[in-house]
Design a protein around this ligand. Structure first.
Ligand code: SF4
Ligand code: SF4
Length: 148
């Protein structure tokens, strides 16, 4: 909850995400094991006399995840993509749905080869930027299950 409050109050500098993003190798393991990651891509396959449309899992940690047809990429760096993944679960979803979309199952922490999964990042956020004064002014979100 404290990490969520920091993110929702926009108290985390870009330099933090550059540092964390530099450690992401875009292996996508975090997304593939997460029970609340639901992003997918759509592909059309043309076979003999038929076209098949299929969905497959996608990962917000991949460079092409949000790249547009024009070539513009609003998430053009690993720092932005890492920030988006953490921010989505701990800040955007609580604001939108009233709950943090991380159950602390620990799956992503178990598989990330570089140690930058959500609980590790949340702990780092709190240790670096948490301030009782600031949190008292902004107030953490009232729901969710993460205590970091
Ligand atoms: S700890 Fe949270 S982000 Fe990580 S896999 Fe579990 S639900 Fe997903
Ligand atoms: S598991 Fe770790 S290194 Fe792999 S994409 Fe996720 S954050 Fe990056």
């Amino acid at each position: 909850v404290r990490a969520s409050g920091l993110l929702r109050a926009d108290l985390v500098p870009d330099a933090f995400w550059s540092e964390i993003g530099d450690r992401c190798i875009a292996c996508t393991r975090c997304n593939m094991v997460c029970p609340t990651c639901t992003c997918f891509g759509v592909e059309d396959w043309r076979g003999a006399g038929q076209v098949e449309r299929s969905r497959k899992w996608d990962s917000c940690q991949l460079e092409g995840f949000m790249r547009e047809a024009s070539g513009h990429n609003p998430m053009g760096s690993q720092a932005l993509r890492t920030r988006r993944r953490i921010h989505h679960k701990l800040a955007v979803d609580p604001a939108r749905w009233g709950v943090i979309s991380c159950f602390r199952c620990g799956r992503c922490d178990a598989v990330c080869p570089t140690g930058i999964e959500i609980m590790a990042v949340a702990r780092e956020l709190v240790s670096r930027y948490h301030s009782d004064v600031v949190m008292g002014q902004t107030g953490p979100p009232s729901s969710g299950c993460c205590s970091e």
